[in-house]
Write a protein that binds this ligand. Structure first.
Ligand SMILES: [Zn+2]
Length: 381
């Protein structure tokens, strides 16, 4: 692993996509422009974001997921056997239409505006999910690079729709086998290309732990889980551990939040990470990347054998946190983790869905600049 300063600063999820990327994404989806034309626009945006991260002084950079429509739906473009469907299209095929309609009503987004990758055939990789993104970023930065990957539990749960997936996969477990194999192959290639940090995103775990069978907070987990949350979490842990098994030389993080798709904090999940303690204890990852800048996350929970990616700014507010408040949050975290195991980051991404970013680039950059300032103060102290 590359040597890093104390309190390394990085981002977590997507950066707000510039309007020209959004426009090119739309045009490409409607087959009005060619892939190479989309790539040209996205490449430029990624280079600009890398430059911004250099200027802001981030220690670990990302491509801001600028090529993606959202953090997991992009897999539909890269895999055979996966089709991007809006929730409204899914309503036409699911058997429990009444239940699905109730679910759609609990989401504060229109059903046609959110797309999910749905498994409709045998999974096969047409192109890597992220390896090309790593290669591209490497040509434009000499800083350590973090790559974000949707987790195996999230992908399996989001992609399995019995009415569409059953001709190939009898159940979720069967689909999960292919998802695990696919993610392992991705990790093998990322590590052989010298990736510095891989962050696996499994935001839905909070919903399993906090609200089993009741509300559905994540569009990506619209479909039924087991009724027993402990069993469901055990399934998630086994999938994640199978994906990461053997990759001991690479820093692998797991990001878990409580939803990041609305500025209305009351619609997002509440609850501390204590409810996931047993699950996190069993995970064979280097780092937990967790939100703590929102009161909804409760008190810090210590995981002595892991690093903590400490969320210190809220991506969904206009108020820019002060360096002083970030410093005191870090000082408090030092009661639970040694300095050598603390990384600093926003709670989640600033973009989320390309057409509904949670914040402007200006506010996002100002917040990240404050994290860098706080980290420098802490190092000097
Ligand atoms: Zn998140």
């Amino acid at each position: 692993m590359t040597a890093l300063p104390l309190f390394p600063v990085t981002t977590v999820g997507s950066w707000p996509r510039p309007p020209q990327v959004e426009e090119a994404q739309r045009a490409y989806r409607r087959q009005r422009i060619a892939r190479k034309d989309f790539d040209r626009v996205a490449d430029e945006a990624v280079v600009a974001f890398l430059r911004l991260q250099h200027e802001l002084g981030l220690d670990i950079v990302t491509d801001g997921e600028l090529r993606r429509d959202n953090f997991y739906s992009f897999v539909a473009q890269k895999l055979d056997g996966v089709r991007l469907m809006t929730l409204a299209e899914m309503l036409d095929v699911v058997e429990d239409k009444a239940g699905f309609e109730r679910l759609l009503q609990t989401l504060d987004v229109p059903a046609y505006s959110i797309s999910s990758p749905i498994c409709t055939g045998a999974l096969a990789r047409r192109e890597p999910l992220t390896v090309d993104d790593l290669r591209f970023a490497r040509r434009h930065t000499d800083r350590p690079i973090k790559i974000t990957l949707p987790g195996p539990y999230l992908l399996t749960r989001a992609m399995f729709v019995p009415e569409l997936s059953r001709p190939v996969y009898q159940d979720k477990e069967a689909l999960a086998e292919d998802v695990v194999a696919l993610l392992r192959r991705e990790l093998e290639e990322l590590t052989s290309e010298g990736v510095d940090f891989v962050q696996i995103d499994e935001p839905v775990l909070t919903e399993v732990a906090f609200a089993p069978g009741r509300t559905r907070t994540f569009m990506c987990a619209a479909l039924a889980a087991r009724s027993d949350p402990a069993e469901e979490l055990a399934f998630a842990v086994s999938l994640i551990n199978r994906v990461v098994a053997g990759f001991t030389g690479t820093r692998i993080g797991l990001h878990v939040c409580r939803g990041n798709w609305s500025r209305d904090e009351t619609t997002l999940l509440h609850g501390g990470y204590q409810a996931l303690k047993g699950c996190f204890d069993r995970l064979a990852v280097t780092q937990l990347v967790l939100e703590y800048a929102t009161d909804r996350a409760g008190d810090i929970v210590a995981f002595p054998d892991k690093e903590l990616g400490l969320g210190v700014v809220n991506p969904r507010t206009d108020t820019v946190e002060s360096a002083e408040s970030i410093r005191s949050a870090v000082e408090y975290a030092l009661c639970f983790y040694p300095a050598s195991r603390l990384f600093l980051n926003p709670d989640c991404g600033f973009g989320t869905f390309s057409n509904r970013p949670m914040n402007s680039e200006a506010v996002a950059a100002a917040k990240v600049a404050r994290i860098v300032e706080a980290a420098r103060d802490l190092r000097a102290g």
